[in-house]
Design a protein around this ligand. Structure first.
Ligand code: SF4
Ligand code: SF4
Length: 274
């Protein structure tokens, strides 16, 4: 689902941050042929901004259709619940053979809570297992609406200190922690996911706070998935003409991930490194 209330410095899906459709531009493929300019209803604005996309762009996709070099990609489109369900059900055999199910992620799915809730309810009626990935920054009303139809909740935490959380993601973590407390015990299974970002949130004091919080305040939650940093978001940000605050940062050392795991295991948690 497109649209997210957070802007994490390490975001690996920057194309999911804005709710509206966007264009990703591949400089190395562009032939400078100008066909996109001819096709655009905002031709003068696109010409003035090129190769950036003007603010007025509503994502009609005409420029993408005429770009034979495939230098312009449209990210995001509107679909109905029925259309999306039909796509999901076309893979039913795969779900049955793998024992998998449907996971709704983003962006932040609870920004479109009514849509997601209906989609997951209809998936369940079709006998599919349902999972939700959330950053937890949502009104409780929206989160609770979606949770009614969720078998497994994948709840992301990023940093335990409110100020540092704000610096790294743009928002304070109070609402997120409160929602995690309220969500625990309301779904069949809840898993905490924690990205390990070198220089941002891997300090031992933060990991001890995380261990205390999950083991002491989230009844029934035993599993933490650690997600080591990778820099996929950097090249995507270039294609969207966005800043990437962690540009050039090396990947996490395996040793650091294992140290983080050991700290969390000392709180009685089951820890996976992704
Ligand atoms: S149509 Fe495609 S190849 Fe041609 S100028 Fe536009 S982006 Fe470049
Ligand atoms: S998506 Fe539509 S409005 Fe946006 S740049 Fe392309 S042609 Fe113009």
């Amino acid at each position: 689902m497109k649209g997210c209330p957070l802007a994490c410095a390490w975001c690996s899906n920057p194309e999911s941050q804005k709710t509206r459709p966007e264009i990703m531009y591949y400089r190395e493929k562009c032939l400078d042929c100008g066909a996109c300019l001819e096709a655009c209803p905002h031709r003068e604005l696109l010409e003035a901004a090129f190769p950036r996309t003007p603010e007025a762009c509503a994502g009609c996709g005409r420029c993408v259709q005429v770009c034979y070099a495939e230098a312009r990609h449209l990210v995001g489109r509107s679909v109905s619940v029925g259309e999306l369900l039909a796509v999901i059900l076309s893979d039913r055999v795969f779900y049955e053979q793998s024992g998998g199910g449907v996971t709704v992620g983003g962006g932040e799915p609870t920004l479109q809570a009514a849509f997601v809730s209906e989609l997951l309810a209809r998936c369940r009626r079709e006998g599919l297992h349902t999972a939700l990935e959330t950053c937890g920054f949502a009104s409780w009303r929206n989160l609770a609406l979606v949770l009614k139809n969720v078998d497994q909740l994948l709840f992301d935490l990023k940093h335990m200190d409110p100020e540092r959380h704000r610096e790294l993601t743009g928002v304070d973590n109070a609402r997120i922690l409160e929602n995690a407390r309220r969500a625990a015990g309301r779904v069949g299974e809840m898993v905490v996911r924690f990205p390990l970002i070198p220089g941002c949130n891997t300090e031992a004091s933060n990991l001890h706070s995380l261990g205390r919080f999950v083991s002491g305040q989230l009844p029934g939650v035993r599993r933490v998935d650690l997600l080591p940093y990778h820099s996929t978001g950097e090249s995507k940000s270039v294609r969207l003409f966005r800043d990437y605050p962690l540009a050039g940062r090396p990947p996490l050392e395996r040793e650091e991930a294992e140290q983080a795991r050991d700290i969390l295991v000392s709180y009685g948690l089951e820890v996976n490194i992704g």
